[in-house]
Write a protein that binds this ligand. Sequence first.
Ligand code: T46
Length: 140
Amino acid sequence: MINKNEMTSRSSIIDLPVVSDPRGDLTFIEGARHVPFQIARVYFLYNIPVDSLRGGHAHHELEQVLFALSGSFRLKVDDGTTTTDYWLRNPRQGVHLRNLVWREIDCFSQGAVCMVLASQPYEESDYIRDYDAFLGIVRG
Ligand code: T46
């Protein structure tokens, strides 16, 4: 799932349980058991043009876990020192992003659906949308 560059310590892969039988696969998420925070918000990205670019920001406090529920996409992660490219395509495998991680999402397949579990409600003041400002914060 990871394409090198280098793994950043502020992001990591989360494997969810799966129950498989002849009817198909079932994966479930139980709040703080499978995700390292209390889930305060869930949102979906869908109907995404294949050439779309999303993200392009970091968060002061927010933590999130991203999943490709359908299709695939690339998640580019930058902690100010190292970068990691995650290729998400397995619905039971998510990427946990801690706070202060710059993320960009692209290379969407047709019909890709991105589900995001978030640690806090939506708050625009939590966004860092300027890359130089982000570097200034993480590099002190
Ligand atoms: C992230 C990536 C993966 C809301 O009103 N509520 C929400 O919960 C969210 C997430 C967004 N919005 C509004 C804010 C903007 O007016 O929806 C609009 C589009 O949001 P944005 O441009 O931030 O979308 P993305 O896909 O670039 O980023 C989103 C999340 O904002 C971000 O935290 O990590 O998905």
